[in-house]
Design a protein around this ligand. Structure first.
Ligand SMILES: NC(=O)C1=CN([C@@H]2O[C@H](COP(=O)(O)OP(=O)(O)OC[C@H]3O[C@@H](n4cnc5c(N)ncnc54)[C@H](OP(=O)(O)O)[C@@H]3O)[C@@H](O)[C@H]2O)C=CC1
Ligand SMILES: O=C(CO)[C@H](O)[C@H](O)COP(=O)(O)O
Length: 478
């Protein structure tokens, strides 16, 4: 316990807040801690009080009272209404110049609204995305703070110190004003959804096309983790697939209900991308696949009733494993390309001026999507800060060129075998759509003009045109 004023406070001491507070204390900062139900505060002090200088506060007034000024208070509670409830209780207790940090997951529009509201009261509000789960919060997460440069400057020494470090660089940079930090964290989660869906599809294909067991597939993932696919999610996939269930003695994965839950960040990503007009098809398919998995009524009505392919698909074991590796890597590149495209579009729309290469840098350590190839993304943006798509960077272009035939075979095998692979196939369609010199969108424009006089543009002349479909079928300037 500390008698000097605390330098920073954390309210909300569930898995993330508790470990973030411990991380701050372990790094030498005096931390005041509070939780709505006192039990979590007491447990933190009892179990980990020896790790640094903590001040336990029974309520928010005591928390505020324990801090040096300007006060810095991190809120780490359940996203949505609980965050507003804490802000509403906290704000009347604060003085001009104090800094409130929401380090939970938040929709960036809520962050913009909250920042505006607090600014009107002379307070600073920082929406900071934090990724890394329980372990990252304790040992070094990836931190994506938004908000004013003034507020970030006050927090920077602490945040950059407690964040993960890769090659001596902190995985925390100021993302941009107002909601920029939470937007980038939301996209991080969208990519996390896509990545996990692609991993699940790879597992499903190896299990059902090749008939490999869960521990055999764990070995495949372990092997993949020593190459281009090296990442936290591939590593923990091997761990989950190796796990044996104590009560049945069978693979743990076989006793888990096959209904993927979701707290909302993946859905927000897709909704926001629709508004921005940016295709994030890999993430959208990941969200839909989770929804389908949880749609028990329709799954029960269809399972074992709707027919699938008649025969079995036969493939060479080693060649197919290699094909799936390529399909996974290429589809993963599409997810990142789409994710960075959405960040670029939002940055333009909201005037955030986000440094895309820096985002790849802060995702290299601490966070759930940390991966070897993020270095490659950083290098791609170093080569060209205005890269239109990651997929056209020379390095990634070649990586996909090497894997695309395999990717196509995998999508074909999945369809022939009746194994759902929405992530692989949607990503491949995006790739083919992107590289097409001419798309059937021309026909859609023709149809729109016929039924609704919506007009069209021509390849050979400027202007908008309409054809008199029900009359002489002559073209007119629109
Ligand atoms: N878990 C994870 O891996 C990650 C989570 N996040 C985000 O971090 C935040 C915290 O996550 P996590 O630690 O998992 O905890 P939860 O999201 O489960 O939230 C639990 C915490 O919220 C508090 N809380 C809930 N409702 C209220 C309320 N109305 N007023 C005050 N406090 C309230 C709880 O207090 P009480 O104990 O009294 O119930 C508890 O401290 C969330 O925004 C989450 O989305 C971000 C990255 C990773
Ligand atoms: O933010 C996170 C990691 O970065 C959380 O783990 C995320 O909320 C998990 O999302 P979901 O429960 O929807 O799978």
């Amino acid at each position: 316990m500390s008698s000097a004023p605390a330098q920073i406070a954390v309210t909300g001491l569930a898995v993330m807040g508790r470990n973030l507070a411990r991380n701050l204390a372990r790094n030498g900062f005096r931390v005041a801690v509070h939780n709505r139900s006192q039990g979590r505060t007491d447990a933190l002090i009892e179990e980990f009080g020896h790790e640094g200088e903590f001040t336990a506060a029974a309520d928010l007034p005591a928390l505020v009272e324990s801090l040096e000024t300007p006060r810095k208070i991190i809120i780490m509670v359940k996203a949505g209404e609980p965050t507003d409830a804490v802000i509403d209780e906290l704000v009347p207790l604060l003085d001009e110049g104090d800094i409130v940090v929401d380090a939970g997951n938040a929709h960036f529009a809520d962050t913009r609204r909250r920042e505006d509201a607090l600014k009107a009261k002379g307070l600073h509000f920082v929406g900071a995305g934090v990724s890394g789960g329980e372990e990252g919060a304790l040992n070094g997460p990836s931190i994506m703070p938004g908000g004013s440069t003034f507020a970030y400057a006050a927090l920077e020494p602490m945040l950059t110190k407690i964040a993960a470090h890769v090659n001596g660089e902190s995985c925390c940079v100021h993302v941009g004003p107002d909601g920029a930090g939470h937007f980038v964290k939301m996209l991080h989660n969208g990519i996390e959804y896509a990545d996990m869906q692609l991993i699940a599809e790879a597992y499903d294909l190896l299990r059902h096309v090749l008939g490999l067991s869960a521990p055999e597939i764990a070995d495949v993932f372990r092997d993949w983790n020593s190459g281009d696919l090296e990442s936290f999610l591939i590593e923990i996939t091997a761990e989950v697939l190796s796990q044996v269930d104590e009560s049945t003695g069978g693979p743990f994965v076989d006793v888990v209900l096959d209904q993927a839950e979701q707290k909302g960040t993946g859905r927000w990503t897709v909704q926001v991308a629709l508004d921005l007009g940016i295709p994030v098809s890999g993430m959208a398919e990941a969200v839909f696949a989770r929804s389908l998995s949880g749609d028990v009524v329709r799954r029960e009505a269809a399972a074992g009733v709707l027919p699938g392919p008649a025969g079995k698909v036969s493939v060479d074991r080693d060649a197919f494993i290699e094909d799936v590796r390529h399909a996974l890597y290429s589809s993963k590149l599409v997810a990142y390309a789409q994710g960075f495209d959405a960040i670029r579009a939002a940055s333009e729309q909201y005037g955030w001026n986000i440094d895309l290469g820096a985002m790849a840098t802060i995702w290299r350590g601490g966070c759930i999507i940390r991966a070897r190839f993020l270095d490659r993304i950083k290098e791609a943006y170093d080569r060209d800060a205005n890269l239109p798509s990651l997929l056209v960077d020379d390095y990634f272009k070649e990586a996909v060129a090497n894997g695309q035939e395999a990717w196509r075979r995998v999508v074909g095998v999945a369809a022939a075998a009746g194994v759902p692979a929405p992530g692989f196939s949607a990503s491949l369609s995006y790739y083919d759509g992107l590289r097409a010199e001419r798309l059937p969108a021309a026909l859609i424009q023709g149809l729109r003009d016929l039924f609704g006089a919506h007009t069209y543009h021509r390849v050979d002349r400027e202007g908008a045109f309409h054809l008199d479909w029900s009359g002489d079928r002559k073209e007119h300037d629109a």
